[in-house]
Design a binder for this molecule. Sequence first.
Ligand SMILES: [Zn+2]
Length: 119
Amino acid sequence: MRLDELDARWRQLSEEVISGMKEWRLQHPKATFQEIEVAVDERLARLRARMLEDAALVSRAAEWEAEAGDRPLCSVCGTPLQPRGKQTRELTTQYDQPIRLERRYAVCPRCETGLFPPG
Ligand SMILES: [Zn+2]
């Protein structure tokens, strides 16, 4: 996910919120204010979770790209770290929306300290 891909992606997500809400309103002409509020919140919560996830992944990718050829250093001994693949972390945000974040894991070849570098 690159930064310039977010525009189209988030715009589409927003469109889904808008059209979904319009559709819901047509199907629920007698909804109370509270019911409308819940319907809006549900849709915004999904948008919120996707935006959080995307924004978090973009900053990670950007940091690692900036460090390409200049790998992150071990915080203990200063040796360049060796990437050891990715680990996925699952979080839950408001309104029970799941978020999956991928983190890269790296290990120091000298002192074997393992860590998640920024990003
Ligand atoms: Zn080290």
